[in-house]
Design a protein around this ligand. Structure first.
Ligand code: 5AD
Ligand code: SF4
Length: 462
């Protein structure tokens, strides 16, 4: 790897001569993972992370899965214009799904956007930022899709890893669910070779990671594409769970149609495979599921839940739900409420259907009125709040291991925050001022709040 320190530019925006960068991330964990890598790679090349108003290069990792996150990107760019006006050396790189959609279209509206890159272009971004800094007249675009996953420079063998790390195992999606823009913005599914994934995981564990989340748009179909090497997700999961020293393993996202029995069995076999699964249901109506192109029925979904609970009765289940998909009737929606109640999801993310340009469902008849969508979303969320409350209440009185993430923010000042194995947020007090980030602590849960629980640390042997 090329390590560039000692830049020719001195910057001048700050006494430290290393150029400053700032990354802003929207959307899914894949974007969070890309940003983590970028931050590390830029730091190794001699850049340093700084606040937005001190940065020479601002990277925005965007999401276009629904209209709202897309709008946020435009208002952010509006705000960043003033930084560029104050100092014309400042430039912005826009990456991710909106970049893939709008591409060089950004250049007319926002002259300070000098790099656009799609998800397959992330690997090239650090070198591109150096180039843009050297040559103020330059603009670059990395929007091509690759036929295989573009491997990135290894960074975790040279740096301290976060205690909770993400590892991308595949990119893109072939499912073309009728509402979803992802196959167009992230391209066809391409899996990373198994040895590459294992090397990255080992690097991470060796440099301090205690928990790894394997990421992909549909991890369950890992390996089942042209760039895959034949290994299945179940095999990959076995190898990752067997890595010495790795205390927690998670994975997301799973498509119910591809959740293999071997993967379900893995929950019963591996103690370090966290008892948590995000399994997007999207709708509780078979008629709507079919229109969405999801390729499973509600009864198949219920069978998966039963099998998961057989092997891991304490498994924490979360899901994604869309209300107001074209043609959704009150009866269809009530079936969604029924499924949610019946399964008793511990948490869910629910969204109003948002038509996406060029995506099949946007042309379907029976588009649902905005106020109907809003009413359904509210009813669904009220139900979920009840279920979440129930799930959190069950933790009361228990002593559970928590991987500490950070000091509590404003409302929880003086406390620490982490997650239990099921992924639920835990706040707790600690008697001294010791730094706890990245450590496991046992917490006795005392109170259940709306989205988290709180308690006190319990010292003593595990
Ligand atoms: N409208 C609303 N929600 C959507 N999602 C994906 N596309 C749309 C859309 N067009 C939701 C799905 C998916 C989650 C990441 O976002 O529930 O699982
Ligand atoms: Fe979108 Fe469906 Fe692919 Fe998920 S599986 S990314 S919802 S097309």
């Amino acid at each position: 790897m090329e390590l560039r320190t000692g830049h020719t530019h001195t910057g001048g925006r700050d006494p430290d001569s290393r150029p400053g960068f700032h990354i802003i991330t929207f959307g899914c964990q894949m974007n969070v993972c890309d940003s983590q890598w970028l931050e590390q790679s830029l730091s190794l090349r001699g850049w340093r992370p700084v606040p937005e108003d001190k940065a020479e290069a601002i990277v925005i990792n965007t999401c276009s899965v629904r209209e709202k996150p897309e709008q946020k990107v435009y208002s952010l760019l509006g705000r960043l214009r003033s930084l560029w006006k104050a100092d014309p050396r400042v430039f912005v790189a826009v990456g991710g799904c909106v970049a893939q959609q709008i591409g060089e279209g950004f250049w007319n509206r926002f002259p300070f956007v000098r790099l656009v890159f799609g998800s397959d272009g992330v690997a090239q971004v650090p070198a591109a930022l150096d180039q843009l800094r050297e040559d103020p007249g330059l603009r670059l675009s990395y929007l091509d899709f690759c036929s295989s996953y573009p491997e990135r420079e290894r960074v975790w063998n040279q740096a301290c890893a976060p205690s909770q790390a993400f590892v991308t195992i595949m990119q893109g999606c072939d499912n073309f669910c009728a509402y979803c823009i992802v196959p167009y913005t992230r391209g066809r599914q391409k899996s990373r070779p198994l040895p590459e994934v294992i090397t990255e995981c080992s690097d991470l564990v060796r440099s301090g990671a205690r928990e790894i989340t394997l990421l992909g748009q549909n991890v369950n179909s890992y390996g089942q594409d042209q760039s895959g090497d034949g290994g299945s997700f179940a095999q990959l999961l076995e190898e990752v769970c067997a890595l010495p020293g790795l205390e927690r393993v998670r994975f997301t996202t799973s498509h119910p149609k591809d959740l293999h029995p071997q993967v379900i069995q893995a929950f019963g076999r591996h103690q370090n495979l966290c008892p948590a699964l995000h399994l997007p249901l999207q709708s509780g109506s078979d008629r709507i599921l079919q229109k969405m192109g999801r390729r499973y029925t509600t009864s198949q979904y219920l069978e998966l839940v039963a099998a998961l609970r057989r092997v891991r009765p304490d498994i924490v289940l979360s899901t994604d739900l869309i209300v107001g998909f074209p043609g959704e009737t009150e009866e269809d929606f009530e079936q969604t409420l029924d499924m949610v109640r019946r399964i008793g999801f511990d948490s869910s993310f629910s969204f109003k259907y948002s038509p996406r340009p060029g995506v099949r469902a946007s042309l379907m008849p029976g588009q649902v009125a905005e106020e109907v969508k809003a009413g359904r979303l509210q009813r669904l969320q009220v139900l979920q709040e009840e279920l979440t409350q129930h799930s959190l209440d069950r933790l009361k009185g228990r002593v559970i291991p928590v991987l500490v993430e950070k000091r509590g923010a404003s409302r929880f000042e003086g406390q620490w925050q982490g997650r239990e194995a099921g992924g639920r947020v835990v706040h707790f007090t600690w008697p001294s001022d010791q730094e706890l980030t990245g450590r496991f602590v046992r917490v006795r849960v005392q109170t259940a709040m709306k989205h988290s629980v709180s308690g006190e640390a319990v010292k003593g042997p595990w």
